[in-house]
Design a protein around this ligand. Structure first.
Ligand code: HEM
Length: 419
């Protein structure tokens, strides 16, 4: 008995590490293709194979792989229950990795059917994740909170179905198909998930006398807002009336109000925290969350069609490589050392307190991680400026800087692993 329990425990910590390290690997490949795509970006050639490959390696290979891996850990831990099946988690892993490879491969070899197959693999993988989390839900103490997070999944399915349709040369919402695809993926799926999960995670990481982080109001606003934005865009594709524009605009207002509400709640949570010190990495996560609001507001303006194409693309790059990358990497810098520490020292430290285990918050080298985070944000700004202004020198240096920041982040992870 006592031999199998720690084993099972450490395999629970291992599975998310496997996902996260794979995601970090895909991010490196993404930056490599970004270097090749940099020239096209500055010339406004959006449908470039390298660009499409880089974008999808980022959103699927990096962001989605890391987020799905995190969910297998966060849902049982933050909502208090037990993960249903680790084995299922690895089946889902195999499918998502195959999907993440097939998607860019299809773009690169100009066989978009391969991309479509990649999309189907992702649907299957997400189906397994939902089944696994659905079974886990039965054991959770905080079921309602967990269910709210599941409400973001339909936006991913809209995104992937539109992606598969476009790969097969079909555009169900006409000229609005690509904007709908991008918005449901970047804002509807990733940003919404970050907004929904962050209050739960922060109330788990930091104890506070403020209890407002657990309310569902802001989450519901954000979800309703996103549904309205997408409905407005879809209607516009059909009739193109002032009413559809109004629905989209109202949706954006709801979304941004819900997001701002979360930020105010986080501020109050930290103000009334029980311990004075705040772990350094949490400050960087908060920085990413606060910085995301103006980026989303810029998206709202860009999607109203009032910006030139190059500046709209510029905003898109800032949301992906600036906002999303920052948030995901900062959360990873918090979660991964914990998983590594628990896997390596957790049981021994409990059994034998004399064992010299490093302090958890010292596992990740602080300066190097901060340099990597700010470096990748600066890279995103360069990419965005180069795209907006049409300057190849800027996009190329942005891609080079992003690659260097990725290498630095990888080094920080390696050092953490050796501690
Ligand atoms: C969260 C996930 C996703 C996000 C955020 C996303 C985002 C994007 C973005 C930003 C573009 C424009 C890139 C450019 O102009 O160079 C794009 C294009 C495209 N995406 Fe995705 N994507 C996602 C998932 C998928 C999936 C799963 C598929 C599946 C097959 C897919 C298929 C496509 C296709 C075919 C295009 C090109 C459309 C065209 O040129 O007409 N995407 N996507």
């Amino acid at each position: 008995m006592s031999a199998t329990k720690p084993n099972r425990l450490s395999s629970r910590f291992r599975i998310t590490r496997v996902y996260m390290l794979t995601g970090a690997g895909f991010l490196g490949v993404c930056w490599f293709f970004m270097i090749l795509a940099a020239e096209s970006l500055s010339r406004g050639r959006w449908i470039d194979s390298y660009l499409l490959a880089a974008v999808h390696l980022f959103v699927i290979g990096y962001a989605m792989v890391v987020v799905h891996g995190a969910m297998l850990q966060i849902v049982p831990v933050a909502f208090q229950g037990r993960l249903y099946s680790i084995r299922l988690g690895y089946v889902q892993y195999a499918l998502i990795v195959l999907g993440a490879v097939a998607l860019p491969l299809g773009f690169l070899v100009h066989m978009w059917r391969i991309t479509a197959v990649g999309g189907l693999l992702l649907i299957l993988s997400t189906g397994f994740l939902l089944w696994n989390l659905g079974q886990t839900l039965r054991t959770l103490k905080k079921k309602a909170e967990a269910l709210l997070i599941a409400a973001a999944f339909p936006f991913f399915f809209i995104n992937v179905l539109l992606g598969v349709a476009m790969s097969l040369g079909r555009f169900p919402a006409g000229g609005n198909t690509l904007p709908l695809h991008m918005m449901s993926g970047i804002v509807g799926w990733f940003t919404t998930l970050i907004i929904l999960i962050s209050p739960r995670l922060m109330s788990f990481f930091v104890s506070s006398r403020y209890k407002g982080l657990r309310k569902s109001g802001p989450g519901i606003l954000v979800l309703a807002g996103m549904a309205a934005v997408l409905a407005g865009e879809a209607l516009e594709a059909g009739a193109g009336s002032a009413a559809s524009e109004g629905i989209s605009a109202a949706g954006w207002i709801l979304y941004l109000v819900g997001y701002a509400w979360v930020l105010v709640d986080l501020y109050r949570h930290f103000r009334h925290r029980r311990r004075r010190e705040v772990e350094w990495v949490l400050k960087w996560i908060l920085g990413g969350l606060y910085g995301g609001w103006p980026v989303m507001a810029a998206w709202a303006i860009a999607s109203s069609g009032s910006l030139q194409e190059n500046w709209a693309a510029s905003g898109l790059l800032l949301s992906l490589f600036g906002f999303l990358q920052w948030n995901i990497s900062a959360y990873m810098a918090k979660i991964l050392p914990f998983l590594r520490w628990m896997g390596r020292y957790g049981h021994h430290a409990a059994k034998d307190p004399s064992e010299q285990a490093p302090a958890l918050h010292e596992m990740m080298p602080r300066k190097m991680t901060i340099a990597a985070l700010t470096g990748s944000a600066a890279a995103a700004v360069l990419l965005a400026l180069g795209t907006g202004l049409g300057r190849g020198a800027l996009t190329v240096s942005g891609a080079a800087m992003g690659t260097a920041a990725w290498a630095l982040y990888g080094l920080a992870l390696t050092i953490m692993y050796r501690r």
